[in-house]
Design a protein around this ligand. Structure first.
Ligand code: UDP
Ligand code: ZN
Ligand code: FE
Length: 328
C-alpha cells in the first residue's frame, strides 16, 4: 500500500489527504533547513519559494485505483510548496522590513499564477501556521502553499453564499460586509488606503481577525506593487498585534482565501483570515465537542468587547512598525 492518496468522505462530502510518508518529516530538529546556506537554501535571496520536501500533494503522486462506493479514492495530485519569508531564523512579519513582506506577497502571487497554469489545479491556498502551540515543526519564519485539484469545502461555502446573496439582494456580499463594518465602526482594528483589518461580526475564535480589500481584487497575482505593499502593511499590524497581546509564544494560522482559478465569480474577493487559539497569554480556546462535533462555534465573550484590546495593541506597535494606515 502506498499510503498516499485522497479518500472521499461520502458522509461529509469532502476529500481527506492520506499521507503516510509525512510521518517521517523533521520534528523540531536542531539543524534549520531554511537558514541561508542550509540544505534547501543556497545562493542570495530575501524571500524564497521551495518545493515541500515532504509533500502531502504532488504532481506525480502514486497511482491509486478508484475503489468503489462507498469507499472512493483518488491520486494525491496537487502541489505543496514552502515559502521562506526571510533569511533571519527568528521573528515574524512585524520584524521583517515592509518592502520585503511586500515581496513575499508578490511571490505568493507569482507562485499562484505559475501553479495555476497546470490544468489539473483548481485552487491555490497560501497559508501560515505560526507557533509551537499549534504544532509548527520548524520555527524559521515560513509559510506554505497547497494547491488542490478541487475547490476546498470552506471556499465552496463562501462562493455559494456570495452567489445566493447576489441573487437575493442584488449586491456583493463582500462589499456589503466591508460597508457595514465601516458604518458600524465597532470592530475595526486598522485600515489603510486599500485594506481593512477587523474582528469580524461573525468571529469564531476569540481574537480572530480578517483582512478585506476595499476594492475589487480576487487573486493574489492581481495585486500591483503598491497594493501588495498595503496588504503587507496590514499583515504586519495583524501579526504584531498578536505578539503584543500574547507574548513570544504566540500562535496563529493565517489563510489567504482567493478566488478559484478556473471558476470565475465576479463577486468573490481576496481576503486573509487569522485564527488564533489564544484567549490570553496562557489560556487557549479549544475547538472541542460542539465546535468539531457540530461545526457550531461558541464565541466566549462578545466580539465588540474584545476589539478594544486589539486596537490598543495596534496603537502601541504602529509607530515601531512605521504603519501606513490608521487605528480608529
Ligand atoms: N520541510 C521542507 N524541507 C525541509 C524540512 C521541512 O520542505 O527540509 C517542510 C515540511 O514538510 C513541512 C514544512 O516544511 O510541511 C514545515 O511546516 P510547518 O511546521 O509549518 O507545518 P507542518 O506542515 O509540519 O504541519
Ligand atoms: Zn533558520
Ligand atoms: Fe474566507
Amino acid at each position: 500500500m502506498s499510503g498516499h492518496e485522497l479518500r472521499w468522505n461520502p458522509l461529509l462530502d469532502c476529500w481527506i489527504i492520506v499521507a503516510g510518508h509525512r510521518k517521517g518529516r523533521p520534528w523540531h530538529s536542531t539543524f534549520c533547513p531554511f537558514c541561508p546556506g542550509g540544505s534547501e537554501t543556497q545562493g542570495e535571496w530575501r524571500v524564497l519559494a521551495l518545493p515541500n520536501r515532504y509533500p502531502a500533494l504532488s504532481l506525480n503522486p502514486p497511482k491509486v485505483d478508484e475503489g468503489c462506493e462507498p469507499f472512493i479514492k483518488s491520486e494525491a495530485l496537487g502541489v505543496c510548496e514552502v515559502v521562506v519569508e526571510t533569511p533571519v531564523h527568528e521573528g515574524d512579519f512585524q520584524d521583517i522590513p515592509l518592502e520585503q513582506v511586500s515581496e513575499y506577497i508578490l511571490l505568493l502571487g507569482e507562485r499562484t499564477r505559475d501553479i495555476a497554469s497546470n490544468p489539473a489545479i483548481e485552487y491555490v491556498m497560501p497559508f501560515k501556521n505560526k507557533g509551537v502551540l499549534i504544532g509548527v515543526s520548524l520555527t524559521h519564519p515560513h509559510s506554505q502553499i497547497y494547491a488542490f485539484t478541487f475547490i476546498p469545502p470552506r471556499i465552496v461555502r463562501e462562493i455559494e453564499s456570495v452567489i445566493r446573496y447576489r441573487r437575493d439582494y442584488g449586491r456583493n456580499l463582500f462589499e456589503d460586509i466591508v460597508e457595514a463594518e465601516i458604518r458600524e465602526s465597532k470592530r475595526i482594528v486598522y485600515v489603510n488606503d486599500e485594506f481593512i483589518l477587523l474582528l469580524p461580526f461573525y468571529a469564531m475564535w476569540p481574537y480572530e481577525m480578517h483582512i478585506y480589500p476595499l476594492r475589487d481584487v480576487k487573486l493574489l497575482y492581481e495585486l500591483d506593487r503598491y497594493s501588495a505593499l498595503l496588504l503587507a502593511d496590514t499583515i504586519r499590524v495583524a501579526t504584531g498585534v498578536y505578539e503584543e497581546l500574547f507574548g513570544s509564544e504566540y500562535a496563529y494560522m493565517m489563510i489567504f482565501h482567493q478566488a478559484p482559478i478556473k471558476q470565475v465569480n465576479k463577486d468573490y474577493r481576496l481576503h486573509v483570515e487569522f485564527y488564533t487559539p489564544h484567549l490570553s497569554r496562557d489560556r487557549l480556546k479549544y475547538a472541542a465537542g460542539v465546535e468539531w462535533g457540530a461545526w457550531v462555534f461558541t464565541y466566549d465573550g462578545v466580539p465588540e468587547d474584545r476589539v478594544g484590546e486589539l486596537r490598543e495593541a495596534a496603537r502601541r506597535i504602529a509607530g515601531r512598525l512605521g504603519s501606513l494606515g490608521r487605528i480608529p
